[in-house]
Write a protein that binds this ligand. Structure first.
Ligand code: IMP
Length: 191
């Protein structure tokens, strides 16, 4: 059964493919010939995930899902949140985003943080269902590790000594916020 995943990120596609029931054939935006950059203009993860999924459903009339994720830091009133990718101004500049986060937490003792994913699924009949994944942890005082992407060098999940960037991908993908949301989604599809 065809299922559109609102992404062209191969890393995400492989990660999700490994977790979904095999009867589902994942189609990326590229696979369906969608070249539009669907803007994330909402101010919540739910809103952004819905925007993308709804756009695709209306256009292609196929079941589809979309995920929106980010880092939330307690001491910063849960910022950067939906602005994670562009925290320092330039979309996707991970180094600058991390530098800004370290500066914002300079001198702060509470470094509790969490990564959160919200996945929005729209089924054949247009019904929306949401799935959440959260992983709690702390922000380091300096960047550590070279794996992963985004804020991975600054995030140590609770119960671990290593940052996400110091883990191998398999290790991170077992416990990540995205994996948790996708596992919930996979269980829903297998009902
Ligand atoms: P997206 O919604 O998955 O594209 O994530 C938006 C932004 O949140 C990314 O550009 C990163 O800055 C941050 N982010 C989301 N997931 C992760 C992760 O697993 N590690 C590090 N940063 C992440």
């Amino acid at each position: 059964m065809d299922l559109i995943f609102a992404t062209n990120n191969n890393h995400k596609i492989e990660e999700v493919k490994a977790l979904l029931p095999v009867i589902y054939k994942l189609l990326s935006l590229k696979d369906i010939g969608c070249n539009e950059d669907i803007e994330e203009t909402a101010d919540t993860f739910e809103g952004n995930a819905l925007l993308k999924a709804r756009y695709l459903y209306e256009k292609y009339h196929l079941p589809c899902f979309s995920d929106d994720s980010g880092l939330e830091v307690m001491e910063l009133n849960w910022a950067p949140g939906v602005f994670s990718a562009r925290y320092a101004g330039e979309h996707g500049n991970h180094e600058k985003n991390m530098d800004k986060l370290l500066q914002s937490l300079d001198g702060k003792t509470n470094r509790a943080a969490r990564f959160r994913t919200v996945l929005c699924y729209i089924d054949t009949n247009g019904n929306e269902t949401y799935f959440n994944g959260i992983i709690n942890g702390t922000i380091t005082h300096e960047k550590r590790g070279s794996g992963g992407f985004g804020y991975d060098p600054l995030f140590i999940p609770d119960g671990y000594q290593k940052t996400f960037a110091e883990m191998n991908p398999e290790e991170k993908n077992l416990i990540s916020h995205r994996a948790l949301a996708v596992k919930e989604f996979a269980a829903f599809l297998s009902r």
